[in-house]
Design a protein around this ligand. Structure first.
Ligand code: 5RP
Length: 260
């Protein structure tokens, strides 16, 4: 692995413990003004001290983030379908590698959907982007999803994660599931979990803890942070699970004490 690739990966995954707290706020690229992100800058500015990496779109980066920032950026470079369209996640490339370089990103994120008629399009799109990104030493995070009729279980999430890694992704993002350690064991690159739909804070903290215990290296969490009753408290609590190995109960106490 070349120096640039290693250097950028070390901005995303903290070398001190090999873990990462990624804050995902890219939802607008297919969901529009998502609850909590209407004024994206106001939401994320107080959160940045507790995030290792910010994952977002180039439009959000340009319009809402001060260029004089030291938060490493993972830029979403796939898109093209919306939550109200007929083929959610039938995505292609929406940002050139040149623009990703111009924006000085530490990594890029590309979605694949395994188990839909158009899976081939997303897989080839990601693979082509990996070829381009590798030319410049930029790591690619594969955001994996499975077809809507497929269970989000170890079989299908394991399939999508392994495929993403075999196709060359440097980090894989997937959903947490029962027997998650099997997804980790069969995926040769680091895995982070998505938060998914908003759930009670206690449950989201339990999920993050269980994912780390199973071998995930962190989270790439969005709605469970920015839709929380206390986003800063929630991200502090998640950060403590990832970097300080606190229990879910201790993390929940961190969340509650922040409110006070
Ligand atoms: C969607 C994404 C989102 O960034 C991610 O899944 C959102 O995180 P969360 O599910 O925690 O809100 O990549 O494809």
């Amino acid at each position: 692995m070349d120096w640039g690739m290693k250097n950028r990966l070390s901005k995303i995954i903290k070398p001190r413990d090999g873990r990462t707290v990624m804050l995902a706020v890219d939802h607008g690229y297919f969901m529009g003004p998502t609850t909590g992100l209407e004024k994206l800058d106001e939401m994320i500015n107080p959160l940045l001290p507790y995030a290792d990496t910010l994952m977002l779109t180039r439009g959000a980066l340009r319009n809402y983030v001060d260029p004089v920032t030291d938060i490493p950026i993972v830029l979403r470079v796939s898109g093209g379908t919306s939550i109200v369209g007929k083929e959610l996640l039938h995505e292609g490339t929406v940002v050139s590698i040149e623009d990703a370089i111009r924006l000085n990103v530490s990594g890029v994120a590309y979605s694949i959907l395994v188990g839909a008629d158009f899976e081939r399009d997303t897989l080839l799109g990601m693979t082509k982007y990996i070829d381009e990104a590798e030319r410049y030493g930029i790591p690619v995070l594969a955001v994996t999803a499975v077809g809507k009729d497929m269970a989000k279980d170890v079989r299908y999430l394991g399939l999508a994660s392994r495929m993403a890694a075999e196709l060359g992704a440097h980090i894989v993002k997937t959903y947490f599931c029962k027997d998650f350690e099997k997804v980790i064991e069969s995926c040769p690159v680091p895995v982070v979990i998505a938060g998914g739909k908003k759930q009670p804070e206690k449950d989201a903290l339990n999920m993050a803890y269980d994912a780390i215990q199973a071998g995930a290296i962190g989270v790439d969490m969005g709605r469970n942070v920015f839709q929380s009753t206390d986003p800063v408290g929630m991200l502090k609590a998640v950060n403590a699970i990832i970097h300080k190995d606190v229990t879910p109960k201790e993390a929940f106490d961190i969340f509650n004490s922040n409110k006070k």
